[in-house]
Design a protein. Structure first.
Length: 324
């Protein structure tokens, strides 16, 4: 549907340019040269959509399928094959359009797929969502300090962040923390899922701690709730990670992390808060992920059956591709 609309729009734009310069050509002969802008405009408007359509026709790599099956509880909870196919398509598009660069560490296929999964999970039920403000993901070998250093005298307590200023459009993630976030479902911690909502919340150009398109009544309820929560003294605060009380944006990111990691616990302890997040993200994660509470990422041995479903041993199948 998007491709069809994009095609029609590109044709219309090229036609308008052709008509304008065609008319001008009757009075100014040099204007005939402007007709060359029509195919250029068509190509410019079509280039990204055509590339995506080409990416979608490519087969999904077996090694990526094995990583999703063995590491990502959310993907395993998708019982509908159409939903799994959509998730796979979003992974392909994300990895095609987003640079993932290792800083003093290697970036293997597991790391790349987990970065994509952590970005897709929060927005999976948003129609036609795009991370327009994300150009690159930097993978660090560990935690880092305020100067983005992983060694030295600074306090290296940061596991991930979304950059601003000269680092605008860049997400930084600690590689060990990214992997650990997918190891155990239900532990309320996933640095990739924590950082992605910061990009979601700034998609409309503001940093208000909310994704775009939230109904006004839910927005008012959320702001009232967060305002009261942030004013509470430490001994009166709720059961969530204390880091949430840094500011409104971090409160939102921590709660999203909770919503996708331990939704059943959140719904039981605070139904009102859960309902607001369910409306924002258009997902009932407490029901959807109810069967994943005991999920543990599988450490695949060399002689184990490959998780991609090929039937071969891991060492003769996806291990080679992952190492390559």
């Amino acid at each position: 549907q998007i491709n069809r609309r994009n095609h029609i729009t590109a044709i219309a734009a090229a036609a308008v340019i052709g008509v304008v310069f065609g008319v001008l050509g009757w009075f100014y002969p040099w204007a005939w040269m402007g007709l060359l802008l029509a195919p250029a405009a068509y190509w410019w408007m079509r280039r990204r959509c055509v590339r995506r359509m080409k990416v979608m026709t490519q087969p999904f790599p077996q090694v990526w399928e094995g990583i999703l099956r063995s590491r990502v509880a959310y993907y395993n909870a998708l019982a509908d094959e159409d939903q799994r196919d959509r998730f796979r398509q979003l992974v392909k598009i994300f990895l095609d359009e987003t640079r993932i660069t290792g800083i003093r560490t290697d970036v293997d296929e597991t790391t790349r797929v987990l970065v994509a999964a952590s970005a897709i999970i929060p927005v999976f039920h948003f129609p036609h969502w795009e991370y327009t403000r994300l150009g690159e993901v930097l993978i660090y070998p560990g935690s880092f300090d305020e100067q983005y250093q992983t060694s030295g005298d600074g306090q290296r307590t940061t596991l991930g962040m979304v950059g601003d200023g000269y680092l605008g459009g860049v997400m930084i993630l600690s590689k060990p923390s990214l992997h650990t976030g997918f190891d155990i479902a239900g532990d309320k911690r996933n640095v990739g899922i924590h950082q992605s909502p910061h990009l979601v919340a700034t998609a409309d150009g503001t940093i208000d701690g909310l994704p775009p398109g939230v109904p006004p009544e839910v927005m008012r309820e959320w702001f009232t709730w967060v305002g009261e929560e942030l004013k509470n003294p430490p001994d009166k605060r709720s059961h969530i990670n204390p880091y949430a009380y840094t500011n409104e944006a971090e409160y939102f990111a921590v709660l999203v992390e909770y919503f996708f990691e331990a939704p059943g616990v959140l719904k039981q302890k605070n139904p009102r808060l859960y309902d607001m997040l369910e409306t924002m993200f258009q997902q009932d994660t407490a029901s959807f992920l109810s069967g994943m509470t005991g999920f543990r990422a599988r450490r695949i041995g060399r002689n184990s059956k490959c998780p991609c479903g090929s039937g071969q041993k891991y060492k003769k199948c996806c291990l080679r591709a992952n190492q390559a």
